[in-house]
Design a protein around this ligand. Structure first.
Ligand code: DC
Length: 224
């Protein structure tokens, strides 16, 4: 039987990962956070002291990179890089910058395409990222473009960072978000854009439980 796929795309800080995790739990399926795959490649590249924009050198490293995802019963994902659990190491601000740079490279995107499609071919998944509905799974049963204003995303990200004890300001977080949005939408390879047939969900005015309620309805109606 064909697997069911739910594609959730959108800019950083729109709540994709949290909402995708809740969706996975609710529907009893796997959540694949594809940003973690780009982050793992970024970490590998940094550990090899290779420039994050050195496309040729990075392309030569790719055959050595072994990434695996493990899922627990709650829909949570662990990322293994050459067998080492790097789930926490890929979450630092430096890892974010490396991930952003390597994700603009065509060979990196081609390398991860098969990994992502294999995961969706093996199980029912909710997959979140930037190009899931447009490139990775264009025939997903449900496609959602999740967004929120840059100001709201900055406020949410600031709270998250403060909880982790990271010292930063609203202005810094907002400018980082605006820069990342620009990079993600303007890059040549698989830029962030709304997929054909995607449902747009703007969570600027919604709390997390409200956002999830709307998302659950969108998915349930389309999977029926
Ligand atoms: O969602 P995230 O912040 O963990 O993603 C890390 C980086 O990877 C981010 O700069 C965008 C990029 N990315 C991408 O280009 N395509 C995806 N499907 C997922 C993430």
């Amino acid at each position: 039987m064909e697997q069911q796929s739910i594609a959730i795309d959108g800019p950083s800080g729109a709540g994709k990962s949290t909402l995708a995790r809740l969706t996975a739990r609710d529907f009893g399926i796997i959540h694949v956070d594809t940003g973690a795959l780009y982050r793992a490649i970024g970490l590998f590249v940094r550990r090899r002291e290779t420039g994050s924009r050195d496309g040729d050198a990075i392309a030569r490293l790719l055959p050595e990179i072994k990434i695996a995802l493990e899922f627990d019963g709650n829909g949570a994902q662990r990322v293994l890089l050459g067998g080492e659990d790097v789930s926490d190491a890929i979450r630092t601000p430096e890892a974010s910058r490396y991930a952003s740079d390597v994700s603009a490279l065509k060979p990196v995107r081609a390398f991860l395409l098969g990994t992502q499609r294999d995961l969706a071919g093996a199980s029912d998944v909710v997959m979140d990222g930037r190009d899931i509905g447009t490139v990775v799974l264009p025939s997903a049963g449900v496609k959602v473009f999740l967004t929120a204003s840059p100001e709201v995303r900055a406020e949410r990200r600031l709270l998250e960072l403060r909880e982790k004890g990271v010292e930063t300001t609203y202005g810094e977080v907002l400018s980082d978000i605006i820069t990342r949005d620009g990079n993600d939408s303007s890059r040549r390879e698989a830029p962030l854009r709304e997929a054909d047939g995607a449902v747009r969900l703007d969570t600027s005015e919604l709390t997390l439980p409200e956002s999830f309620e709307v998302l659950r309805k969108i998915i349930a109606e389309r999977l029926r």
